[in-house]
Design a protein around this ligand. Structure first.
Ligand SMILES: O=C(O)CCC(=O)C(=O)O
Ligand SMILES: [Fe+2]
Length: 202
C-alpha cells in the first residue's frame, strides 16, 4: 500500500493496517538493532502522562521503551525516520492535519505485559495527532496474544472492536485522539516502534 492510499484510508475511516510496510531485510536489521539497545540496558519502564503528570504505572502499562533522538539517529533509524517523513507529507496533503514533527520509541513488551485501554493524546497537550506503530516481530500466532484491540463507536451507542496482531513488517496508523485501544497481554516478547506525528515543531 502506498503512502497516498494510507493517507486516504486515514481520511475515510480514521485508521489503516498495512502489511509488509517494510521489507524483511529492513525489519530484521531494525529488530537486531533494537535487541542491541535492549542488551545495553537502554530500555526504561514506560510511563503515562506528560511533564508533572508523568508516572510509571505497571498496573496500566508494563512495556519498556527506548526513545529515539531525532538528532542522533543511527543509519537504520534514519531510514525509518525518512519513511515516516514521506508518510507525514502524504497525510498532510490528503488530510490537512498540519503535521509538523515526529517522535518515536522502540517498545518491548515482556511476556505477561500489556497496556490497558487508552487514547494516545495527552489530556492537556494534544499535539499527538496520528499514531503509527510498526511491528518488528518474527512470525506471530494468535495464540501468542499481544493483539492491539481498537475500539470503534457502533450502532445505537454500542461499541465494536478489532484485534490486530503484531505481525512483523505490519504498520498500523490511526488518529491518536479518536481511537481508544489497548494491548492485550502478550505471551511472547513483543517488539515494535511506536511513532506519533505531531502538530508542533521540534
Ligand atoms: O504496540 C501497540 O500495538 C500499541 C502501543 C500503544 O498503544 C502505545 O504505545 O501507545
Ligand atoms: Fe497507544
Amino acid at each position: 500500500m502506498k503512502n497516498e492510499a494510507i493517507a486516504n484510508a486515514l481520511y475515510e475511516q480514521g485508521w489503516c493496517i498495512v502489511d509488509d510496510f517494510i521489507g524483511e531485510d529492513f525489519r530484521m536489521a531494525l529488530l537486531k538493532e533494537q535487541q542491541e539497545i535492549l542488551d545495553h540496558g537502554q530500555f526504561r519502564h514506560a510511563g503515562i502522562g506528560k511533564g508533572d503528570d508523568f508516572k510509571i504505572k505497571p498496573e496500566i502499562r508494563s512495556d519498556k521503551v527506548s526513545w529515539m533522538d531525532h538528532r542522533l539517529l543511527t543509519p537504520l533509524q534514519s531510514k525509518y525516520w525518512a519513511a515516516m517523513e514521506e508518510l507525514r507529507m502524504a497525510i498532510n496533503q490528503r488530510c490537512f492535519l498540519g503535521l509538523r514533527s515526529f517522535e518515536a520509541h522502540f517498545a518491548m513488551y515482556p511476556p505477561g505485559s500489556f497496556y490497558l485501554r487508552h487514547l494516545d493524546q495527552f489530556q492537556d497537550v494534544k499535539y499527538r495527532v496520528v499514531t503509527a506503530i510498526l511491528y518488528l516481530n518474527e512470525e506471530w500466532d494468535e495464540g501468542d496474544g499481544g493483539a492491539v484491540r481498537m475500539y470503534f463507536p457502533g450502532e445505537n451507542g454500542e461499541e465494536s472492536n478489532t484485534d490486530i496482531y503484531p505481525k512483523g513488517g505490519r504498520l498500523v496508523v490511526f488518529l491518536s485522539g479518536e481511537i481508544p485501544h489497548e494491548v492485550l497481554p502478550t505471551r511472547r516478547e513483543r517488539i515494535s516502534i511506536t511513532g506519533w506525528f505531531r502538530d508542533i515543531e521540534y
